[in-house]
Each structure stands twice: as structure tokens, then as C-alpha cells.
Design a protein around this ligand. Structure first.
Ligand code: ADP
Ligand code: MG
Length: 450
């Protein structure tokens, strides 16, 4: 399956055989946790190409994976070369983070975090914690919806701390992996008398900073909550910084053990909200800048206006547009953007139905002029379409009778009611094959396609 994805990417993006063999074939799945996919670059033999591969191929890979799996993964790359040719398996099982800080993704920093009204509080608190870990806000609890930057901030804290002091043991873990490690430790009874559970505890109780992401996965699992509770206390008492993220405020997390809840609320709780339009534009502009491209603001506006709830999706959208243009060797135009995002964005927002549009459509359908339709002529070839018009304005729009009356050039809104009810009655008294029923059916389709 993985090989299929790589093959597909080769075809999609027209990657030459030598490039494919050198740079793409050496990509392996290292681990998947939720929507986080870590790819191992098996470049031990050829020297590190991590930054090159990330720069050149990561957008292609992301798009292809999404195409094949329908899942938008957040991809992190680790390079075998960089982790000093340690085989993956032992790397995964080392009980202490290596000097290379494999748990922290250098991709996420404060520098590339766009601050806006929606996240400035969370950003400020995170920065403070990174500057003075363990001292001020402990624990720091960050909550908010998916794809809003919680994980980004946690890694940013980690990177900041490591940058200042490379000996700090910073561990990032999702609560899911935390749980899995416990399960494995319990299952793994060693023959040599050593105790996996003890190893697990040593690992987490000997860190300087613990970043535990998406804590919501731990709730309701009692043994796990208990284990975490002890880890928490141990670290807290030795004034080690703990940062927790969740999709909800601790107070609204059902079945969260009470004593954990009160622990979580001991420090500072901050939220991240969905990005405002300005933040969305800023994020898009930044991405465009990073890629050394120039994309017209109207196109960024199109993306920012249509992808509004989630920064992950916003980035996915712009990445896709960029990849699309590379793939087709085309400039980035509005048409290309619309095409690239057709599955994310409804092509054209449903046209709003206006009274004037109904008037025009009805007049056209009955082959009369709009002037006649709006006149006071009483001949049935005109008054009948006029009444249909009244009926449709009442049924298809949310306008008040007063507004409809004005548009249709009538003095009284009782005229509108009368016309509407007349047509209603006609429809009730006849079957679906009657002329009036067919007319109405066609008109509705014309006015409101789909
Ligand atoms: P969460 O953990 O809240 O689900 P993430 O931290 O994984 O969200 O963010 C999703 C994506 O959006 C990541 O690629 C992240 O870098 C990006 N992102 C989120 N917030 C910002 C921001 N304020 N500035 C720049 N990128 C951001
Ligand atoms: Mg996250």
C-alpha cells in the first residue's frame, strides 16, 4: 500500500526514475498516531537529504497520500542519518530521549506560528512557559478544536527550550501513545527479571518537560488515568514543566477523574479559537512566502473565505493549489485554485434567489415582458404569470409580503396573498400533469437548480 502511494506520486508528479530511486524509495513509514504520520528517511547510505526531500517532495507526498487515503496527515520527517543510524526499532524503544530530541518536531516553532486574535493568549502563555519552564504556569493546559495549532505550540515550546539548553530532556507524547506504551509495558513480561513498567515509569519521571498532547484519549480509561496521575504528581512535585492539550476545557471533560481535573486546573488554562479572516490570510501569505511564490491576493481571499474553520485544512488547501500548479506546469490562477479545491469547496455558493430574478425568469418562461408582468393589465395571459410570480416569491424567498409587494409593483399586500393562494389552490385541485403544475415545476428548476 505504501509502495502504491509512492508509485502514484511518481506518476502524478512526473518524477524521474533516478530521482525516484534516490529520494523517494527510501521513504518508509515510521509511525502513525492519529493524523500524525512520521516518515523515516532511510538515507543512512547516501548522506542526509532530509531538508532537500522535505522541500522538494513533501507537498507532493502529502497530496498523494490524501488522494489515496482520504486522510490529511500531518507529516513529520525523521532522517536515519540524523538519528545516527540507530535502527528504527531500538530507536523507538529507548527509554530516554536521545540527544537529538526525536520527540520534538523542528517543523513547529514560535517563529512560524502566526499570532492572531484567536490564539494570542495561548501563544503568550506558551512563550512564557518556554522561557521559564516549571516556574510560572504549571501545568499549562491548552484546549481548542482540531487543527487550530495546539500541537504546533507544544512543539514550539519544546524547540525553544532545547535551543536554549540542549541537555534538557523534553518529551512530547500523545496520550494515545502514552496509553499504548503502558499497554505494551504491561503485556511485555521480561524473562530477565527487569520490569517494563518500571522502565516506562523511569522514562516519564525523568524528564524536564513533558508535553502530552490530546489528553482527551486518556479519559475514561481508569488504569491509564491513574498512571498519568502518578507521573503528573511526580513531575509537578519536582517542578518540572507539564503542558497538556485537549479538545475541551477540563471542566467539560466527562468521566475525567476528579483529582486529575483539579490537577489540570492548578496551572493556567488557555484556549485557541478558530482563526479570524485576518489570521487565515496571514497564514496563507506566510506559506506563499515560504515557498518563494507570488499568488494574487484575490486567490488567497478565495481560499481564506472558503476554508475557515481549521488551519490544517487551510494549509492543506494552499499546499494542494501549489502542488496542482507544479503538477500541471501552470501558473496559479483562480481557475486552477477552484479546480484544485473542488472537493473541499462547493463550486459556487448557491446563488441567492432574489425577487427580481424570479420576475425575470417567470416573464421569460411565459414569453411576456417584465413590464407587462409588473403592470396592472388584467388579461389572463398576464395576470396568471403574475400570480405564479407571487406564489414563487412567497415560496422560494424569505422576503416579507411588504417587500414582495414593492418589487411586484402592487399597492396592497393582500393582492400578493390572494395571488399566492390562487395558485396554491390551483395546484391542490389539479394533478401533477396539469399545465400549472408543470409550469411551476419547470420554473422552480430554472430558479433554483440542484
Ligand atoms: P491541533 O493540534 O490543534 O489539532 P496543529 O497544531 O496540528 O493543530 O495545527 C495544524 C496545522 O496548522 C499544523 O500544520 C500547524 O503548523 C498549522 N498551524 C496551526 N496554527 C497555526 C498558526 N497560528 N500559524 C501557523 N501555522 C499554524
Ligand atoms: Mg494536535
Amino acid at each position: 500500500k505504501w509502495d502504491d502511494i509512492l508509485e502514484k506520486m511518481k506518476v502524478n508528479f512526473d518524477i524521474s526514475d533516478p530521482a525516484f530511486n534516490t529520494f523517494i524509495k527510501i521513504l518508509k513509514v515510521h509511525s502513525i498516531s492519529g493524523k500524525n504520520l512520521t516518515i523515516l528517511i532511510d538515507d543512512a547510505k547516501i548522506g542526509s537529504n532530509k531538508s532537500f526531500i522535505e522541500k522538494r517532495y513533501s507537498a507532493f507526498l502529502q497530496v498523494t497520500i490524501e488522494e489515496m487515503t482520504n486522510i490529511k496527515y500531518d507529516i513529520t520527517y525523521i532522517s536515519k542519518n540524523e538519528i545516527n543510524t540507530t535502527p528504527v526499532e531500538t530507536f523507538k524503544n529507548t527509554s530516554l530521549p536521545s540527544k537529538d530530541h526525536p520527540f520534538i518536531s523542528t517543523k513547529y516553532t514560535f517563529d512560524n506560528f502566526v499570532v492572531g486574535d484567536n490564539n494570542d493568549y495561548a501563544h503568550a502563555a506558551s512563550l512564557k512557559v518556554a522561557e521559564e519552564p516549571g516556574d510560572i504556569y504549571n501545568p499549562l493546559f491548552i484546549y481548542g478544536g482540531a487543527g487550530l495549532g495546539k500541537t504546533h505550540l507544544m512543539h514550539a515550546i519544546g524547540n525553544y527550550i532545547i535551543d536554549r539548553d540542549n541537555t534538557q530532556r523534553v518529551v512530547y507524547v500523545t496520550s494515545e501513545s502514552f496509553v499504548n506504551e503502558i499497554v505494551e509495558a504491561i503485556r511485555d513480561k521480561k524473562g530477565d527479571g527487569s520490569n517494563s513498567m518500571q522502565e516506562f515509569r523511569n522514562k516519564y519521571r525523568n524528564v524536564d518537560v513533558l508535553l502530552i498532547d490530546d489528553i482527551q484519549f486518556i479519559i475514561g480509561k481508569e488504569t491509564m488515568q491513574q498512571e498519568f496521575f502518578h507521573t503528573f504528581n511526580h513531575l509537578y512535585e519536582s517542578q518540572k514543566q507539564i503542558v497538556i492539550s485537549s479538545d475541551k476545557h477540563p471542566a467539560t471533560m466527562k468521566t475525567l477523574e476528579e483529582r486529575l481535573r483539579s490537577r489540570f486546573e492548578m496551572g493556567l488554562t488557555v484556549d485557541i479559537k478558530p482563526p479570524t479572516y485576518e489570521t487565515r490570510m496571514a497564514i496563507l501569505r506566510r506559506k506563499v512566502q515560504e515557498e518563494n511564490l507570488s499568488i494574487d491576493d484575490s486567490i488567497l481571499d478565495f481560499i481564506a473565505s472558503n476554508v475557515s474553520s481549521n488551519i490544517r485544512e487551510l494549509q492543506g488547501a494552499i499546499t494542494k493549489v501549489i502542488a496542482f500548479s507544479k503538477l500541471r506546469h501552470n501558473d496559479i490562477t483562480m481557475d486552477l485554485a477552484k479546480q484544485a479545491l473542488s472537493d473541499m469547496i462547493a463550486p459556487d455558493k448557491k446563488k441567492e434567489i432574489t425577487i427580481d430574478y424570479i420576475i425575470e425568469t417567470v416573464a421569460d418562461h411565459f414569453n411576456i415582458s417584465t413590464n407587462d408582468l409588473l403592470s396592472s393589465k388584467r388579461s389572463s395571459n398576464i395576470s396568471h404569470p403574475r400570480q405564479i410570480c407571487m406564489y414563487l416569491c412567497c415560496e422560494l424567498t424569505n422576503n416579507t409580503l411588504d417587500v414582495i409587494k414593492k418589487h411586484l409593483n402592487r399597492k396592497d399586500h393582500s393582492t400578493i396573498i390572494h395571488g399566492r393562494d390562487n395558485i396554491k389552490k390551483l395546484l391542490e385541485d389539479t394533478d401533477a400533469n396539469s399545465k400549472v403544475a408543470k409550469d411551476i415545476d419547470i420554473l422552480i428548476k430554472k430558479i433554483n437548480p440542484q
